[in-house]
Design a binder for this molecule. Structure first.
Ligand code: SAH
Ligand code: SF4
Ligand code: F3S
Length: 494
């Protein structure tokens, strides 16, 4: 969280401090001088735009980037014709990469009209050497390139950019550093992501994340709790604890602690109403966690439990370290212990060597678990991962066929699950005024289902009780009963 540091008190004639975050505050102060000069010359404040691709981790990183830019004095906009534009990129599947290249073409046109514009790229895609080569040879209009490990250094890199020595490239291969206490600008005033760990050690054979995000590092529980307390004091009522595999949180700390123990501590924070987390790896999900979820008044009734494949043979080749039977037993135990819980998942179709029988196994798991929602992906070959080198890549038409079958079934079962809540009451966090109809509010149930209902805009950010009148496929139309002041799970309330 941000320290109360007065940038005006920093001596800019002194050498830059070596220690973080002091060093970054020094560069923020320097950049702010530049911004003031810009303002004097141009009669306006420079604008910046941070565009996010990819997952919640990237979204949270973007809030950190935006926080630094705002502190430096930039006006934040969503318009990509801004004076400084950052693309925070994703590379988990090839289509994520292609989108970035496509959008870069548009930025080039904006820069032609505003030659003083600066363009930066950061995030997961930048950790791939082939991407950097391509940028250096064919995208010379990009001013700044950095990766996932040095996001905190934005002010320093921006300063180097202002010195105008051509493209600045700063990529770290890995890091064990976690820099705390930098500014963050939250997208929503009432809910926030909170990183509890970075990186991943699992090396699922299809996945590039461990290569681009580095080894697993947990934050100190004290730092996490302090951040959440601070967020709550600023009006946040819901936090989403973020990690690639939250179930292995804390194992490598000097004083080890389990994820379940961390949750118990987060639960105690007064004023916090809801706790979510993402993502749980099935192989590490403990009975202790199920118990804590069951006993909790604040942990949401939602578990994202990526399956990837229902075939034990494919799971083994994926290096997921569980079998179909183990996954099913786990899902059943969770449903038994926490009956109203929504289970959602990720599924990959077309992993090398996948046969129609393997797809049948996946369909079988979907039928049995009855997911409330599922993200289905076509397998994407990621250079450098073990699966990319496997000989038996599946032909595209066969992948399509399997994909369509999986998609249809997850949609049918999800519809059925969601429809089952009809007529009940749910506690809903109001997130926004409905974008299509200003008379409606849109909120989220504890189990992550969306509900639209008539209400006043002042209720955004508040918890209300809503009756679920009409299921519309994957969401509900409802009407509001009352505002709720404290966690309210009793008497059949969802
Ligand atoms: N850490 C999380 C997932 C992060 S990536 C976990 O373990 O569940 C999000 C999802 O992208 C994964 O769950 C997987 O379904 C999908 N994914 C990852 N690599 C992929 C690839 N090469 N092709 C297709 N989908 C992929
Ligand atoms: Fe990728 Fe597996 Fe790590 Fe998730 S757990 S980020 S799928 S390697
Ligand atoms: Fe993409 Fe990186 Fe997240 S590759 S899915 S943005 S961790």
């Amino acid at each position: 969280m941000e320290q109360e540091i007065d940038l005006d008190k920093i001596d800019l004639n002194a050498e830059p401090p070596i220690e973080e975050p002091d060093r970054q505050y020094y560069y923020m102060a320097k950049c702010r001088e530049w911004v003031r000069e810009f303002e004097q010359i141009n009669g306006r404040v420079p604008t910046c735009c941070v565009t996010t691709f990819g997952c919640q981790m990237n979204a949270r990183d973007s809030e950190k980037l935006t926080g630094i830019l705002r502190r430096v004095g930039y006006e934040v906009t969503e318009d990509e014709r801004a004076d400084f534009v950052i693309f925070n990129t994703c590379t988990v599947r090839d289509n994520a990469n292609q989108r970035v290249y496509g959008r870069l073409g548009e930025l080039k046109n904006h820069k032609k009209r505003n030659p003083a514009m600066k363009i930066a790229l950061c995030g997961c895609m930048m950790q791939e050497p082939s991407v950097i080569e391509k940028l250096c040879s064919s995208y010379r209009f990009v001013d700044l390139v950095f990766g996932t490990h040095n996001i905190f250094k934005l002010a320093e890199l921006l300063w180097r950019c202002f010195q105008g020595q051509g493209m600045v490239v700063d990529i770290w291969e890995d890091t064990d550093q976690i820099v705390e206490d930098l500014p963050v600008e939250r997208k929503y005033p009432f809910k926030s992501g909170v990183n509890i760990m970075f990186g991943c050690n699992n090396f699922c054979s299809y996945c590039i994340v461990p290569y681009v995000r580095g080894r697993e590092r947990s934050r100190e529980p004290g730092d996490i709790l302090e951040e959440i307390r601070r967020l709550v004091s600023e009006g946040v009522v819901e936090v989403m604890l973020l990690g690639q595999n939250v179930n292995s949180y804390g194992r490598n700390l000097a004083e080890p602690i389990t994820f379940a123990q961390l949750l118990r501590e987060v639960e105690k924070i007064e004023g916090l109403r809801r706790i979510r987390f993402m993502t749980s790896h099935p192989k590490d999900l403990s009975d202790e966690l199920i118990r804590v979820m069951k006993e909790s008044e604040k942990i949401c009734r939602h578990l994202h439990l990526p399956l990837q494949s229902g075939s034990t043979r494919i799971l083994e080749r994926m290096n997921r370290r569980y079998t179909k039977e183990q996954y099913l037993a786990l899902a059943e135990k969770i449903r038994r212990e926490i009956p109203d819980i929504a289970i959602t998942t990720d599924i990959i179709v077309g992993f090398p060597g996948e046969t129609p029988e393997d797809v049948e196994d996946t369909l079988d798991v979907i039928r049995r678990v009855k997911y409330d929602n599922a993200f289905t992906f076509v397998y994407s070959r990621r250079t450098g991962t073990p699966a990319a080198a496997m000989a038996d890549q599946v032909p595209e038409d066969r992948v399509r066929e399997g994909f369509d079958r999986v998609l249809k079934l997850v949609q049918d079962t999800a519809r059925e699950r969601v429809a089952g809540y009809q007529g009940r009451e749910a506690e809903v966090l109001v997130e926004e005024v409905n974008i299509h109809d200003g008379g409606l509010l849109t909120g989220r149930m504890s189990n992550n289902t969306l509900v639209h209902f008539p209400g006043e805009p002042e209720l955004v950010g508040r918890m209300v009780r809503v009756s679920l009148d009409q299921c519309q496929g994957f969401y509900y139309m409802g009407h509001m009963k009352t505002e709720t002041q404290s966690p309210d799970k009793a008497g059949g309330i969802l």
